[in-house]
Design a protein around this ligand. Structure first.
Ligand code: FES
Ligand SMILES: [Fe+2]
Length: 377
């Protein structure tokens, strides 16, 4: 008789938590159980900071972007006085979605009964509400979502008591300061639907063990070293004098960022900012793999790329940047394809956790962070 495949037992988590040399991977239910996912949603995803984009994507008053989050639909919008804010994307009358996609507007008009809101979230127009007793316009503005930024990266949280973003990020801002992320601009983004658990995407981002096989025909085999961190993030560095943000060695690359510190010059930093964001810093650019968990076996992966303002201002920038975009998309799709195979395999009634390699150290660290948040270890 096959054993219970989800096997979310204390013994399974203990086996995953012992020192790496004898540790095993997480039990299947860590990735396949809808109940476990619901627990993560409440205890991790709704309690922590999650990345939603760059400030420079919304430069002008009235610029907005609507997107889905783990806490439902949300809007980022820049007010007429230039302040960027995040709101829940629902109308205070009877709850229609207000905005879709991205664009610019002076007022947000609800597509259902035409209530309207200013770009700072205040309720502006609400026809035929004279009979509603005690109705107060001021109380019926859009519902704000807590937002904080670092170096142009925007993070939101549904947790009013979450510690400040900079405390969450620990020494990440110092480590990446010589890349001058505040002076970068987002120039490219794509979104992919992945039939896999959110943690598989992030674990994959934290090891180079798979690169020689999964990325055989693109970036090829890589080696990395683990960088010690302080705060809620993990880091590995892939050592290479040349930026690994394009595919071919003979491809002309954009110039290095001026003033990179000694360690930053040695290679590319791959990070995971717990729980769902990967930021990557190369010698000439940065990119992200940002995960929005949808269900236990479904996630959205957004890949975005940024370059220094000086590079973006070059007359040949569009042509120079094209190979970077191509590389990010090819490698992202290669990863997604193997992770979907992994998700399918985890549903085997015979699945049992496997032994870890020394190169899986950050995979183990990521899983243990999740368990610690749930109070399991
Ligand atoms: S739901 Fe928006 S005006 Fe009615
Ligand atoms: Fe990969």
């Amino acid at each position: 008789m096959p054993k219970d495949t989800s096997n979310l037992s204390p013994e399974a988590f203990e086996q995953a938590s012992v020192p790496l040399a004898t540790a095993r991977s997480m039990p299947a239910g860590f990735y396949t159980s809808p109940e476990f996912f619901e627990r993560e949603r409440k205890e991790i995803l709704l309690k922590n900071w999650f990345f939603v984009g760059r400030e420079d994507e919304l430069p002008d008053p009235g610029d907005y972007r609507a997107f889905d989050t783990v806490g439902g639909p949300a809007i980022l919008i820049r007010s007429q006085t230039g302040e960027l804010q995040a709101f829940a994307n629902f109308c205070r009358h009877r709850g229609s979605i207000l905005l879709e996609g991205k664009g610019n507007c002076k007022r947000i008009v609800c597509p259902y009964h035409a209530w309207s809101y200013l770009s700072d979230g205040t309720l502006y127009g609400c026809p035929d509400m004279e009979d509603a007793e005690g109705f107060d316009r001021v109380e019926n503005g859009l519902v704000p979502i807590r937002m904080e930024t670092w170096a142009g990266f925007i993070f939101l949280t549904y947790n009013d008591t979450a510690r400040p973003l900079l405390e969450h990020l620990g020494d990440l801002p110092a480590r990446m300061s010589s890349h001058r992320p505040d002076a970068m601009r987002c120039t490219w983004k794509i979104e992919l639907d992945c039939a896999c658990n959110w943690k598989l995407l992030l674990e994959n981002a934290m090891e180079t063990y798979h690169t020689g096989t999964v990325h055989r025909d693109s970036v090829g085999a890589q080696t990395s070293r683990t960088i010690a961190t302080r705060g809620d993030w993990l880091c590995i560095q892939v050592l290479s004098d040349r930026s690994i943000a394009t595919l071919q060695d003979d491809m002309p690359t954009l110039p290095r960022i001026d003033g990179l510190d000694e360690n930053a010059q040695k290679g590319t930093y791959f990070t995971v900012i717990h729980p769902t964001c990967q930021l990557v810093f190369a010698q000439d650019c940065m990119w992200w793999l940002n995960v929005t968990p949808r269900a236990h076996d479904r996630s959205t992966l957004e890949i975005g790329g940024c370059f220094p303002e000086a590079a973006v201002g070059r007359t040949d920038f569009v042509q120079m940047a094209a190979p970077y975009y191509e590389r990010w998309e090819i490698v992202g799709r290669e990863d997604m394809s193997i992770l979907e195979k992994q998700q399918r395999a985890l549903s085997s009634v015979h699945f049992c956790p496997g032994p870890l390699s020394g190169r899986d150290d950050q995979v183990q660290a990521l899983g243990l962070w999740v368990l610690a948040q749930l109070g399991v270890v």
